[in-house]
Design a protein around this ligand. Structure first.
Ligand SMILES: Cc1ncc(COP(=O)(O)O)c(C=O)c1O
Length: 348
C-alpha cells in the first residue's frame, strides 16, 4: 500500500518504453485488465467492452465472448459460472475487420476496445497493415477508449507493439514477464486519460472503488520488475532475442516448405508459432479452424522425448535473454525430425 522508490523507477521505465506517462500496479495481467475496465467504464459512463473474437486476456469475465460459427456473438465455450450474460457486457469483432468494428461501435455504448495488438492466444494472428491505425481512428471518432493488452505482444520489442510501431492507445496493460516470474501486473494511462480520472473527485480510486489491492505494487514485485526491466529484458536483450527468433522462424519455415505441408509459421519479435493452416490466418476464427489437438500432442510429445519441453499450449516458442543459437538449432532439428516422421508415416 505504500509506494517504493522502485515503483517510481519501474513506472518511469514503462513510460519510456510504451509512451504512456502514468502507471499503476497489480499482481497479475488479469487484474490490470479488470481495473482498466473499471476505470474506462467509470470515465465514459458506458457499459460495454469490445474484444477480438478468440482473444484471451486472463480470467476477465467480459472477455469470454466469441463469434460463433454463424458470425454471431456468443459466450465462449467453457466459461464457468459467469456472473451475468456476457452478451450484456461485451461486444466482439474479428481482428482485421474494420467494417465490423465500425458497426459495433455505432451502438454508442462501448466504453473501450480492449485488444492485443496481435492475437497470441489462438496461434499468432498479426494485424494487417493499417488495421491498428484504423482501430485508433474509429475508436476516437466513437468516443470509445482504446486499451492495448501487451502482456504477450511484449515479445515484439522493449515497448511491445505499441512502442515498436509508435501507437497511441489510451491505456496499456501488461504483466507476466515484466517481473521475471514474480507476480506483477501494470496498467498505464495516457496524460489525457489520467487527467480525466484525476478530474473526477467523485470516483473512489483508493478504497472501495473496485480498483486496487493490498499487495499491488508491493516492494518485492517492484524490486523484481526493476531488476527485470533494468538488467534482463533490456533493449539490447530484445535485439538478441529477436535475431535468434528470426533464425528459428527461418528454420521452421524451411522445414514446413520442404515437407510441402499446408502449415504457417508466424513470428512476433521473440515469439514464433506454427499453425496447421496456410496461408497464415487473418482472423481468430480462421486460426481456431486450424487447431488440431492430436497434432499438437504429437509435436509436444516428440519434442519432450528428445529433451525439448515446449510450453503446454499450441506450438508457441519464445526466446529469452539466455537462449543461445544452439538451443534454437536444437529445437529446429527436433521439429524437422518430427515433421519427417509425420510425413513419412503419412506416405507409408
Ligand atoms: C494477453 C493476455 N493478457 C492477460 C493475461 C492474463 O495473465 P495472468 O494469467 O498472468 O493474469 C494473459 C494470460 O495468458 C494473456 O495472454
Amino acid at each position: 500500500m505504500m509506494p517504493t522508490e522502485d515503483a517510481a523507477w519501474v513506472g518511469a521505465e514503462l513510460a519510456r518504453r510504451f509512451g504512456l506517462p502514468y502507471w499503476s500496479f497489480s499482481l497479475t495481467a488479469t487484474d490490470a485488465n479488470r481495473w482498466a475496465i473499471r476505470l474506462v467504464r467509470a470515465l465514459t459512463g458506458r457499459s460495454r467492452i469490445l474484444f477480438h473474437s478468440y482473444c484471451y486476456h486472463g480470467s476477465v469475465d467480459e472477455s469470454l465472448i466469441v463469434l460463433d460459427g454463424s458470425g454471431r456473438p456468443a459466450a465462449r465455450p467453457g466459461n464457468v459460472g459467469a456472473p451475468t450474460d456476457v452478451l450484456t457486457t461485451s461486444r466482439v469483432v474479428e481482428i482485421n475487420d474494420l467494417d465490423g468494428l465500425a458497426r459495433e461501435l455505432a451502438h454508442g455504448d462501448v466504453a473501450a476496445v480492449l485488444i492485443e495488438p496481435a492475437l497470441t492466444n489462438i496461434g499468432i494472428v498479426l494485424p494487417e497493415p493499417g488495421y491498428l491505425a484504423g482501430v485508433r481512428e474509429l475508436t476516437t471518432a466513437a468516443g470509445t477508449l482504446l486499451i492495448h493488452d501487451e502482456t504477450h505482444t511484449f515479445s515484439a520489442g522493449p515497448g511491445g507493439v505499441t512502442g515498436r510501431d509508435g501507437l497511441r492507445p489510451d491505456a496499456v496493460t501488461i504483466g507476466k514477464a515484466i517481473a521475471g516470474g514474480i507476480p506483477c501486473g501494470a496498467y498505464g494511462l495516457s496524460a489525457e486519460l489520467a487527467d480525466r480520472a484525476l478530474g473526477r473527485a467523485d470516483l473512489d480510486l483508493v478504497d472501495m472503488g473496485g480498483v486496487g489491492g493490498t499487495l499491488a505494487g508491493n516492494p518485492l514485485s517492484m524490486a523484481a520488475a526493476r531488476a527485470t526491466l533494468g538488467e534482463v529484458l533490456t533493449d539490447d536483450a530484445f535485439a538478441g532475442m529477436i535475431a535468434l527468433t528470426d533464425r528459428l522462424t527461418a528454420s521452421l519455415r524451411a522445414t514446413v516448405a520442404g515437407a510441402g505441408l499446408p502449415w504457417s509459421v508466424v513470428q512476433l519479435g521473440a515469439r514464433v508459432e506454427v499453425r496447421f493452416t496456410s496461408p497464415a490466418p487473418r482472423t481468430g476464427t480462421d486460426s481456431n479452424a486450424g487447431s488440431d489437438a492430436d497434432l499438437d500432442d504429437f509435436l509436444h510429445l516428440f519434442a519432450a522425448n528428445r529433451g525439448v519441453l515446449l510450453t503446454p499450449f499450441h506450438n508457441m516458442a519464445l526466446t529469452c535473454p539466455a537462449t543461445t543459437a544452439s538451443d534454437v538449432d536444437r529445437y529446429a532439428a527436433v521439429f524437422a525430425d518430427a515433421v519427417a516422421t509425420l510425413v513419412g508415416q503419412a506416405s507409408s
